[in-house]
Design a protein around this ligand. Structure first.
Ligand code: NA7
Length: 544
């Protein structure tokens, strides 16, 4: 008898998708082991702990809805949950569902090799241990592999430096320090808003100006929570029928239906409302109609001009690409921060960074001295963390090779890819994931994977695998969805173009069709005998 541990399923990652997968798969009667590289739960929220970090989906929608009783037992303090409260919530979920006994922390999965003869995955852990599982379920997170740009001289810097996605557990103290922030996405914007009144000098290095609308953070009182809790069954259904996966995040109205004055009033109301309202609930053609897009973009640019007092700074802060083609940033007090005497803006398009020096950052124009450099430079998104695991499917083919190092990623619904039987990706490429309300997307994703595995168990199938035709159809559909919008016109982590050294995808790795279309498709597949999936009886190799 081998002393290699055997499980029905191994889940990689104890973020929210890994936690829910552990719960669902265990409830099918399977033995499940979860490995987590961090020393605590929460996935991305475990690693990102920078000042100002909060979720930009409303907290009441960033909560599992699969069990209304569980939903009602949790209380968020604010409209947008701060990171530490989200970590508390992850721990609450794990305790309520008794998940911790099947999670091994501080354990990195480094390899996973499909063994065709035994219909098993051999999973390698850092340190050399190997375990076997019938099902391999990577849930490493789409925004988890920190992108630290190769800047010459960083090793010479005598001060402290951090990346937002690999933040130290012990909070550094920035009071009175001279701080550089590189990057102005969601992380950079939140940092800038939180730090500007704490540090002595804050210098922002901006590669591309962003469209930033207010989040409108506020405390949540009991009546606001009750409005959700008392109606969660109905709201769950509303989320299921929506595109984003949260109530109040869509509209059927075209910007062409309104006069310029009416449009301004609609944009202003969304600006005042905060959250996703400006990007999602103003007009339905912002991403597809040139004029509609320019009206939204102009509105934000006019806001920048009216808020920022120095015209030169305002000019540098104004984005010129299509609105909504980078992930919309929501932050309170972002543009106002640049009116402070201690906040400075460097537009890298006009003044590029040449090197990091012992004392700070040298641009083409001058050397700036800093005590701290903060990289808010984002992630090797979607495939970055997945590619860190040496995953090998049929015939020893690596996932990286199959997907041509990210150039041609092909999945069936974001959950499977042919040649890798019994491997189920959670929030993987071409799943709703980062393009929808995250926890709601996770539930749909995991429930679908659980349905497939349940069916495989029922049929006594040793293996289940997507057909090549199904993954071609789904990934082509994802690409076609993107081509209908302006997204491909801008370089962003959505298009895999945020990292200079990364090969550019020919097929987009994100799915933009929304929750309803996705969930309808999953239901249809289940209703039609899991079309697109092959259940292969044990000992029959590849034959159906
Ligand atoms: P993002 O949204 O990818 O933002 C990264 C920022 O860093 C963005 O402004 C980038 O400019 C900038 N960047 C990236 N590389 C460089 C280099 N080499 N030099 C200068 N500036 C650079 O990541 P975030 O962490 O802010 O947000 C990711 C998600 O995490 C977010 O959507 C939330 O869901 C949480 P660019 O615009 O690419 O020119």
């Amino acid at each position: 008898m081998s002393d290699i541990k055997q499980y029905d399923a191994v889940v990689v990652g104890a973020g929210f998708s890994g936690l829910y997968a552990l719960h669902r798969l265990r409830s099918l009667g399977l033995s499940v082991q979860t490995y987590e590289r961090g020393s605590g739960l929460g996935g991305t929220w475990f690693w990102n702990r920078y000042p100002g970090l909060q979720c930009d989906t409303e907290a009441m929608a960033y909560t599992f809805t699969f069990d209304p009783a569980l939903y009602r037992r949790w209380n968020w303090s604010k409209r947008f949950a701060p990171w530490h409260e989200i970590l508390d919530y992850a721990n609450f979920v794990a305790d309520e569902l008794d998940l911790r006994r099947d999670i091994q922390f501080d354990t990195t999965v480094v390899s996973a090799q499909f063994d065709e003869d035994r219909a098993l995955w051999h999973i390698g852990l850092e340190g050399g241990e190997q375990v076997d599982a019938r099902y391999f379920v990577p849930a490493p997170g789409p925004l988890n592999a920190a992108n630290i740009p190769p800047m010459p001289g960083l090793e010479n810097f005598s001060g402290e430096w951090y990346h937002t996605g690999e933040w130290p557990i012990e909070q550094p103290d920035f009071a009175g320090k001279r701080v550089a922030v590189i990057g102005t996405g969601s992380s950079g914007a939140q940092l800038i808003c939180a730090l500007n009144s704490v540090v002595s000098e804050l210098t922002v290095f901006q590669r591309t100006a962003q469209y930033i609308t207010p989040a409108r953070q506020r405390p949540l009182d009991e009546s606001a929570r009750a409005a959700w809790k008392d109606n969660i069954e109905r709201l769950h259904e509303e989320m299921r029928q929506s595109a984003f996966g949260a109530p109040g995040t869509s509209t059927a109205r075209s910007a062409h239906e309104d006069t310029p004055e009416q449009r301004d009033a609609v944009f202003q109301a969304a600006w005042d409302h905060g959250a996703q309202a400006f990007a999602l609930a103003t007009y339905n053609d912002l991403n597809t109609d040139e004029e509609a897009n320019s009206w939204a973009a102009d509105f934000v640019r006019r806001k920048i001009a009216s808020i920022v007092t120095d015209p030169e700074t305002a000019r540098k802060l104004m984005p010129s690409y299509h609105f909504g083609t980078k992930r919309p940033v929501k932050a309170d007090g972002y543009y106002e921060a640049f009116n402070r005497d201690n906040v400075h803006l460097v537009a890298l398009g006009e003044e590029p960074i040449v090197e990091i020096t012992e004392n700070g950052i040298r641009t083409s124009e001058q050397e700036y001295e800093f005590d701290v450099i903060l990289f808010a430079t984002g992630f090797d998104a979607v495939t970055g963390q997945l590619f860190k695991i040496d995953i090998r499917g049929r015939d020893g083919q690596t996932l990286k090779d199959k997907w041509r190092n990210g150039v041609e990623v092909r999945t069936n619904l974001g959950v499977t890819t042919s040649g890798f039987p019994n491997m189920f990706l959670l929030q993987g490429p071409q799943a709703p994931s980062i393009m929808a309300s995250y926890l709601f997307g996770i539930q749909i994703n995991v429930d679908f994977v659980a349905s497939i595995i349940e069916e495989a168990e029922k049929r006594g199938a040793g293996l289940v695998e997507s057909t090549r035709a199904a993954e071609l159809a789904w990934s082509d559909f994802c690409q076609a969805l993107a081509e209908r919008t302006f997204v491909l016109k801008t370089e962003s982590f959505w298009t895999g173009a945020n990292i200079a050294s990364k090969p550019r995808p020919e097929i987009i790795t994100i799915y933009m069709g929304g929750i309803k279309v996705y969930a309808d498709r999953l239901e249809d597949i289940i209703a039609h005998d899991f079309k697109g999936f092959r259940f292969i009886p044990e000992h029959e190799g590849e034959a159906e």
